[in-house]
Design a protein around this ligand. Sequence first.
Ligand code: ADP
Ligand code: MG
Length: 705
Amino acid sequence: RQPGAFGVSFDADRGNAGTAVLHNPNARLALSDQRRRLPVFEHRREILYLVEHHAVTVIVGETGSGKTTQIPQYLLEAGWCASGRMVACTQPRRVAAMTVAARVAEETGGVLGREIGYAIRFEDVSTPDVTKIRFCTDGVLLREMLDDPLLTRYSVVMVDEAHERSMATDTLLGLLKKVLRRRPDLRLVISSATLEADKVAAFFDTATLRGKAAAAAGGLRRTPALLSVAGRCHDVQVHYLEQPAPDYVRAAVTAAADLHATGLPGDILMFLTGQDECEAAVRMLEEEARRGRRERASGLRLMPAALYAGLPAAAQLAALEPPPRGYRKVVAATNIAETSVTIPGVCYVIDCCYAKVKVYDPLSGMEALLAAPISRASAAQRAGRAGRTRPGHCLRLCTEAAFAELPAASVPEMQRAELAGTVLQLKALGVDNIMAFDWLAPPPAEAMVRALELLHALGALGDDARLTRPLGLRISELPLDPRLGAALLAAGRLGCAGDMATVAAMLCVQSVWFAGGGERRALEAAKEKFAVAEGDLVTYLNVWKAWEASGRSGRWAHRHLVNHRTMLRAADIRRQLLQHLWRLGIKPEEVEGSDDAPVRRALAAGLFHNAAQLAETTYESRDAAFAGTHVYRLLRSTGPGLPPRLRIGAASVLARTRPQWLVFYQVQLGAGGFHDMTDVAAIEPGWLPELAPHMFHYVRDAARG
Ligand code: ADP
Ligand code: MG
């Protein structure tokens, strides 16, 4: 056991922030004491009784009440893992799966990866026949159903954080409802931090077991049990701004610095929307710390840390660890810290009241990322993070009036995101009639139609809307977005699968560069060294090759403002993609020399849906900030309504060169109603009708004209 890898921190140990966390020799005892003090402990017997007698048990309890870490242990202790079966506990986020597994391993005194394990995409830390509790992302469990549709390895599936309503959670719940009909011995536990749970309970009502199955199960109740666990949260005093803040990152940093200057004890957690903002905030805070003026007043030193989904595992874990003696931690996090992970010692929350969400326009078939105001329910969760150990404070970076205008609850991801990946998975699981699938919240019909169209255009579905073999099946088996999966398989045909695996891995880890406030110019210069007129995706390939040539050197990465830890993760993902390729009998070839046309061709074969052409005229606007913008338009038809106005995003290496024709991987809704394209690759228009004939016969005319 790694002593105190996650700190035996919190509560009694942290009387004031100046006291470092003590890893006392009786840690084991302290841990078992802590377990007994959690609110769910009082319901232990009741929970076990309900799970025994009900096919479905829904448990609602505030964040921190012990649902995630304790309930799987209770099930283990009660014998649900006998005769080789496991308890699965799903999480919408990978950082949560890793940290709770580590925590539970620590509580049980075991080694992570043995009895207690976890599995996230591209990483499985569990041992067959040994692991009893397996924390995994909801996406991983969905993938497992491809091999084992009835999830026969599991006796209980606990779908945790159900209130998040992630696309994978919703899909999983729909599928589990089917599985329960076939497996009366399976138990489903659904846990949630908010009361919306009754919706979920209603979904499972009456439908779980019928006729023979119910009889076979011997008195198993059909109606879901609903249990509510009272939280034990301290008061959190909420503050608002008098005036709206134009720049919430700066406002958050200033608020944190002011708080720090007061010298009051306690760590600070700030909610921002994305990686760039979190890293910018960390840089500004480091600047504060260097200036050091405020430290002298408080006697504590600032220790900033970022926490976001794209961060490599080790860095995520580091952000959760308690600070060393004499430091005050300030964690700049995305909504990853809203409910899924516990950051001990936080007494202050600074909330920008925004989150990055996916929005999908089924008319144009465009999915974009957008920093949107959060719901009041989310804001309440965020504020609650300040009251874990003692009464706390939450500063919302908006006016009280503006806050009152926020929506009460958030829209499930299923109803606002692009569906191709989900539809493909359902098809691969034999759910042929997608429209009639028992959805917890049905997605808009147009969105389903668009997903079917895209999958058909990728060749994954045939004219009968069934999975094609081998192409569709193979795409569904690759742990990638269907568009990237199609690109990877196309690369196999074009003799550059090894290169495409690199690009796909780099896209999976997201930002490769060290983003950040003050050093923008240095970053531009660093990018310049690798930038090619063919765009970001080829540039990633160059970065990868240079990093490889350096012997995967951290010093090299540092010098070129490349995120070394991100690269290590990309390397790991790439290795696994290569394994998939070998299994499919595809040789991961790399193109010799500098001819990147095959890779761009392969990219076009996957991303043709996002192919765009530079418009002849620039954007006309009375607003000087947007007038003269070079606008791109999508090549495919986008249905009625205004077509999206695309432009190359500022982060792209192509921001200045502007190719005539390109494909892009993502867009972000930016200022002026523009869709900012990121991860762009220049293409030849002639490739499209060749690579995606059903979609692009008309491009030939466009190219000629
Ligand atoms: P819930 O799932 O209800 O939000 P958890 O089971 O995740 O609650 O956490 C219960 C308690 O266990 C937390 O309040 C915290 O005190 C402790 N805990 C959980 N994870 C960690 C961790 N990684 N490090 C330190 N303490 C933790
Ligand atoms: Mg939890």
